[in-house]
Design a protein around this ligand. Sequence first.
Ligand SMILES: Cc1cc2nc3c(=O)[nH]c(=O)nc-3n(C[C@H](O)[C@H](O)[C@H](O)COP(=O)(O)OP(=O)(O)OC[C@H]3O[C@@H](n4cnc5c(N)ncnc54)[C@H](O)[C@@H]3O)c2cc1C
Length: 566
Amino acid sequence: MWACDSALTTEIVNSYQVVGSLFVQTLQNLLAAQCALSGDHLWPADATEAVIKDPNYDFIVVGAGSAGAVVANRLSEISHWKVLLVEAGGNPNLATEIPQLFYNNIDTSVDWGYKNQPQESICRGYKEKRCSWPRGKTLGGSSSVNGMFYVRGNKLDYNEWAAKGNYGWSYDEVLEYFKKSENFSDPLTEETKMYHNKGGYLNVQKPGPAHAFEEIIIKAVTELGVKELDDVNGPTQMGITRAYTTIKDGKRHSTAKAFLNVIKNRKNLHVVKNGIGPKKHLKHLNIEVKADLPVGENLQDHVFFPIYYSAPVQGSFNTLPDITKSFTEYILTNKGILSDTSPHKIIAFVNSSDPVATSPEVQFHYVVFPPHLANLLDLHAKHGLNNDIHRKFEELNENNIVIMIYNVLLKPKSTGRLILNSTNPYDHPLIFANYFQEPEDLKVLIRNAKEFILTLNDTKTFKDAGFKLTWLELEACKDLNKNTDEFLECVARELTFSLYHPCCTAKMGPSGDKTAVVDPQLRVHKTQGLRVIDASIMPSVVRGNTNAPSIMIGEKGANMIKQFYL
Ligand SMILES: Cc1cc2nc3c(=O)[nH]c(=O)nc-3n(C[C@H](O)[C@H](O)[C@H](O)COP(=O)(O)OP(=O)(O)OC[C@H]3O[C@@H](n4cnc5c(N)ncnc54)[C@H](O)[C@@H]3O)c2cc1C
């Protein structure tokens, strides 16, 4: 990055000497601050030349994502092991590091930019009827582009994995690996130390003071009987909270920052960026079968459809002066609105089929759009929604604050599949999401939406604040009665979204399990010397966001390798 090139910086600063010392000092401060925030000097250097000279390694880790960065760090702790980490993307950049801008990384060079295959009854409101499946393509992988929510899921998720023969993966057994990574931002108490830890690589930050919009949302949702919680990773997950985040000192704490930046000079770890692949293309899909395994099956994801509330508001928001002011404050101090993900921090876990359930059916995210947010973030365009829907949302957001509530299905019955498109490793795979293929999935979403989202319209808090349930006029749904399940189903099929949690396509299971790809030690069945350690090994998706579980899988996987070889 040029801001970190001292010769160039001096030349630029010198060229402004005539302007006045205060200006020059401000310029110097801005350049130094930008350099501290983002620049190639923060990351391990590319080691391609060293690899060509001596390509012998004890371990090769492919992909420096949430799990891969952890594995590379932990394996290279053993100083006599030589470790190669191969990453298809480059270094994180300025935009990845600024928490408030997290959605802006979608559809840029740090996103693989996958889209699922058009399917009859889902993603109908998108261009080409294809939903957007962003994935991080940079050091840190998806942890460098994600929303930074730190959520572990439900205890039952892991106990279910263990009950299917995956010994060692029960909640009590994985908890120590969640804690191993963690550096909890607050002092530990008798209660919090059961679930949290200090001294790990990954910063887990408790939220600061609530934003005014967040207070309104929490007050309204608790009117519906949902309990307010301090921590969904503690004794219970059931309730509404302002989530903990992977942020440190106002900057994203991706696994690249947490696990690689700090060991960038470790001699026995070589990092190669920009990927690997065969030099010549093979005959179309004529690939030799090494092991007949169901890789790509059992695809699970958290699908959602949004419901909007809006309240009229006067005044200008997100104008150029507003953005310039926030940006300058951020660059110079790492503070202010850009240093955090508020007001979008609220999540809730509920179960409308059982008021005393200890595991949720759905998760809600509450994303707040002050007027003209598109000047900072154009979520609908980023995801590829069609022009008509995009325009209708922009019109609504012109003079209204909009709350977009994500109604997320946590335990889908429908499963999809991934298959290769060709033998060219640069071609995207074909993704068949199969959302809502099992009718029960939509029923669960609709039932919970009716109990916990539509009813917000009648709360005193929302009425007092002027928030009203607001439907975008969708062409396909316009003739349906808005008070029917049929209408909600239509909205779900038009405005289908992925919550970016695809997983489970290299399912973990014991040797008798014909649907499994890896064993509970994460070794690929029917092969030798090959393990998969990432979100794909989950036998079933956890009831929560998947970054913390992927990091836990990295910690546990690396530990199993150490136990095996040492
Ligand atoms: C936009 C977005 C928002 C999200 N928000 C949240 C959130 O707020 N909280 C949360 O818990 N979860 C969130 N998630 C999900 C979470 O980040 C992922 O589940 C998790 O990061 C997956 O970890 P992983 O290690 O399996 O894969 P990744 O982190 O995606 O890592 C895979 C890595 O492998 C690299 N790679 C791929 N192919 C090759 C190749 N051939 N050669 C070399 N390298 C290769 C990729 O470039 C990438 O760096 C979000 C995800 C996205 C995309």
